[in-house]
Design a protein around this ligand. Sequence first.
Ligand code: F0G
Length: 456
Amino acid sequence: MKTIIEPFRIKAVEPIKFTTASEREHILADAGYNPFLIKAEDIIIDLLTDSGTSAMSAKQWAGIMDGDESYAGSRSFYRFEEMVKLITGMKYVIPTHQGRAAEKILFSIVGQEGKFIPNNTHFDTTRANIEFSGANAVDLLNEDGKRPEVIADFKGNMDVEKLREFIEATGVEHIPMVMITVTNNSGGGQPVSMQNVKDVRAVCDQYGLPLFIDACRFAENAYFIKKREQGYADRSILSICQEMFSYADGMTMSAKKDALVNIGGFLAMNNENLAMQCRNVLIVTEGFPTYGGLAGRDLEAIAQGLEEILDEDYLHYRIRSVEYLGDKLIEAGVPLMRPTGGHAIYLDAKTFCPHIPVEQYPGQSVAIALYQKGGVRACEIGSVMFGKYDENGQLVPAAMELVRLAIPRRVYTQSHIDYVAEVIIEVFQEREKLRGVKLTYEAPMLRHFTARFAFV
Ligand code: F0G
């Protein structure tokens, strides 16, 4: 059959509250035109993030009941640890309450003033944790990955030549590790090829550097490798994941993505000494090493989620459902990052509304309009999130002005997605009416979460 159906049926439902356009106008004004500040109750379709928003399976909920809450040596920890070791082959597994906690622990040890950590593209919390430690976060994405209109299989790849040049220019002694983010969230949810991971590994070997993977969406990345990279069509998702992690020395993970849970994360690595240092920080900041910042039941749900994420029928449906939304938008001429990524659609706001200059945040303007039009919550990933100021206070814009519509896992049906497409297309058809915005409040770090805006 041609129709790809959801490989699950629905056992529990949550009602959605509908709002009118005039109600949404007031809600937006109260929220300072920042979708992060809108109450979730007032959202019709919430595509702010795919993080922690998954629907858990009946078996995960059963695991929640069955979780072992022992302070030390919990059975749920050992199930979790076994699953992580099976997929990653890493020797030391350290649970944390979410991905950024794993980052905080890692970079408080390896990061400090004068250090540089290259990545294909650092996610904002990774960058913030590196910078908070005093170190510098460096993005070395390949050129195709920076151009939304270019259609290529692995736009998340690191530019290996640039990595080599960067190491030579900076001095290997200033670089504690190299990172790769799979899939590349900030660059459009684009996958990284196995060849690229191998090539980066080879450079790391040449300079004696460890390689860490930011693995939030590792299974989605593995599915793209299976479908797009020669030699992987007949391999299981598990074996592709195992191969990918075999090239790494460690990883950070937000279980809120590809472990299908609402909270959780972990750090894993092969270096015993580093693991010991990480556990020491963990005990001070998160908890005892067999629970990190989590309850036993959370570890149980993560273990089960990691098993379910490897299901190819699930991944097939997952990637296709994102592509389905992308196809509808492309057909209507809506500019977006192509090809569609693993977990989200990224509208290209610069092309969407060319009449709004980057200093007036076109992405924010599109995100506001999507909520106003249909109660759809999206997230600006452009100069609000990544913009900096130069010494004269002038905005140094982000490389791209994107608006992300991230699809929660196993949550929305095809008719919800049809509705989202209709909302976006209507906003696009009326795009000349969109107005730019200015910031009226901003925090010094991660400003997008709490910023407030007004129309210019
Ligand atoms: N790394 C990547 C690539 C991420 O996408 C995220 C989170 C993190 C690390 C941090 O994990 O949230 O568990 O602390 N991304 C979410 C998002 C927030 O919406 O893309 P966390």
